[in-house]
Design a protein around this ligand. Sequence first.
Ligand SMILES: [Ca+2]
Ligand SMILES: [Ca+2]
Length: 153
Amino acid sequence: MSVRKLLTAVIAAAVSFSVVPQPVWAAENDGYCDNNEVCVYKNANLYTPRSDFKLYYDDMHGGLDFHTYNYPPECNTYAIFDCRLNDSISSVDSWSDHRSLRIFTDAQYDGAFQTIHIYGRVMQVQYNDQTSSLCWNDGGIPSSVDPDCTFSN
Ligand SMILES: [Ca+2]
Ligand SMILES: [Ca+2]
């Protein structure tokens, strides 16, 4: 293969990579709602910005390294105050087929909470703009650590 042909092939490969949709890895915090994740939304009725979680989240404020909504991607930009997650969630969409979750008004699974069941969809959460932590009921957090994370579906 000549250098010119090789170069053409490399460029063609690069172009094809750039137009092929990205594979879905079902990653947490990628901004997309995947199986067994929960998507939380800043606005009522599942209007973005949103963020997706598969695991527990004990403190959404998180000090200086606060978490922002990650969809749209611009929300990942540092210091976009309107995209802060803590005390801003207004609706929730669970994509889990086997577990329920709770959202709490305080960090460390404390304060008042609302339970969202399997495939639960809440257009307006009970404690609007007050959520600071969330946990699932599938046993990842034993009741000895926090009994509020042990509950039935
Ligand atoms: Ca995801
Ligand atoms: Ca809100």
